[in-house]
Design a binder for this molecule. Sequence first.
Ligand code: SAM
Length: 233
Amino acid sequence: MTEELMPTGNSKAIVTNQTGIHEKLEEVVLKHLKHPSKKPYQAHTVEAFEAIDAIVQSFTGEVILDSCCGVGQSTRLIAQQNPNALVIGVDKSANRINRNVDEVLDADKDKPVDNFHLIRADLNDFYRLVLAAKWPVTKHFVLYPNPWPKSKHLQRRWHGSAVFSEMIQIGQQMILRSNWRLYLEEFNAAVEIAGLKGQFSVVADEQPLTPFEAKYQASGQECFQLAININQP
Ligand SMILES: C[S@@+](CC[C@H](N)C(=O)[O-])C[C@H]1O[C@@H](n2cnc3c(N)ncnc32)[C@H](O)[C@@H]1O
């Protein structure tokens, strides 16, 4: 994560040279739907996946995935709210994943939770492994993904990435949040190309789910949610 994307006290609104949905979106999405990623897996992600896969395969309840979880505050809150689920937070940053989440979530002290795991892995590989292993994911959260607001960086956004095809086959429902509505509009346009459709709302939770959400709200920015039903059995 770059410095400008850290949740400091001065969370700036998105600055972009894009005025609407990217003109190359359809071309890029169709290319990735037709030709999913064949990139070799990175060893550290395979190792991390195999360790958590053993836990998932021996678990009988619902699995919730919290992608790009940062320090894991949302993972922990979702675990508290879903005590019978196994909640798995994934982030590629070792620094964020290994940070003591107790420091981040004081509110947790009276209500210890142990039904979650934080995994350091690259989702470009992890998603493909999750799909191949048929994890029984109910909800898949993607909260405040890096927006990559410059037009030339479309392919760094999740909907412009080579793993988009696998990403949108995971879980029964995907829930994305962003302070950049256009990111979500573009994601929705991309899932429509794949035959799905999302629903927009404004985030109005009393307790912010993540540090980024807290900072955006504290600086008066609206945060948006896109919920997509994938409707797998
Ligand atoms: C803007 S931060 C949001 C963190 C957290 N969800 C929040 O709202 O506070 C985006 C996070 O996505 C993670 N990330 C970006 N690309 C990733 C990838 N390919 N695999 C796993 N994590 C990734 C970054 O490390 C970073 O922690």
